[in-house]
Design a binder for this molecule. Structure first.
Ligand code: HPA
Length: 275
């Protein structure tokens, strides 16, 4: 079987051969229901994952399974319309494969997005939360032999989300009249949503938003030395008790994300223009 590095290099070579000489500066991962940002990408080339050697096919709802290369905010971007989740049964090497491929293709920044439950009781459905830090309750994607060509055995994690990008995003959002939350994203494996006791626990250890993605990709991007900007769209409020009438539902998550995606697209576009 081909090893991880061969798989990364093979996929990068394939994508590179379809970029018509363009060099992507920014990688973007679009979360559940957030794929419509891709509609704003100009002069787009679509590369379905199924055509890329070594790539798995995304099965999660609200995820299409394409790379879109084109121009956004005046920069060449490489957007992932759909990501691979650990809960789909992929190993962490496959969940994070696209990040290492994008690193090989030369991205200088990674923007990640997700749909998340609001564990902070002040948060409302439709809020945008800038991720300032995370708590990883998934297996670490760097477990196993270190890929020395990509980064060090023990990568620093003191600033997983770039502080300069966060400050710039806050400035731009204020000038556009978009209100932003800022908080800590907690990643659990899913696919079952949290119990009320788990939500209370997650809140007590510092979570503002809860989801099933993003953190593996961020850890691998930081291992590669790529600065990261992260955003959660709050698609539902977490249940703190067992008597609430509200049920968590995947279709509703995708619907609420789609509604908030327009705001997120405007912010991402302006932030990318300012890079
Ligand atoms: N929990 C976990 N993941 C999620 C949620 C949630 O409430 N909403 C969207 N993704």
């Amino acid at each position: 079987m081909e090893n991880t590095t061969d798989r990364i290099e093979g996929a990068a070579r394939h994508i590179s051969s379809r970029l018509a000489g363009r060099v992507p500066q920014v990688g973007i991962v679009l979360g559940s229901g957030l794929g419509k940002l891709a509609d704003s990408i100009e002069d787009a080339i679509v590369i379905p994952y199924r055509e890329i050697p070594g790539f798995p096919v995304s099965t999660a709802i609200g995820h299409k399974g394409n790379f879109i290369v084109g121009t956004l905010g005046g920069k060449t971007v490489l957007a992932m319309q759909g990501r691979f989740h650990f809960y789909e049964g992929y190993g962490m090497d496959l969940v994070t494969l696209p990040i290492r491929v994008m690193s090989r293709l030369g991205i200088k920044y990674l923007f990640v997005s997700n749909a998340a439950g609001g564990a902070n009781p002040d948060f409302n459905v439709g809020d945008l939360m800038v991720i300032k830090d995370h708590i990883n309750l998934m297996p670490n994607p760097l477990i196993g032999p270190n890929l020395d060509d990509f980064g060090p055995r023990f990568p620093d994690m003191t600033a997983p989300y770039d502080l300069g990008l966060i400050a710039k995003a806050e400035e731009i959002a204020a000038s556009m009249g978009i209100s932003l939350r800022k908080g800590v994203y907690l990643a659990s494996t899913g696919p079952s949503y949290e119990t009320p006791a788990e939500v209370r626990y997650f809140r007590s250890i510092g979570a503002d938003a809860v989801g099933m993605s993003t953190v593996p990709e961020v850890i691998v991007a930081r291992h590669c030395g790529i600065p990261v900007f992260g955003m959660s769209v709050i698609t539902n409020k977490s249940n703190f008790d067992n008597v609430s009438e509200v049920l968590n539902d995947g279709d509703d998550v995708v619907l609420q994300a789609d509604i908030a995606a327009t705001k997120m697209t405007r912010l991402f576009t302006s932030l990318i223009a300012a890079l």
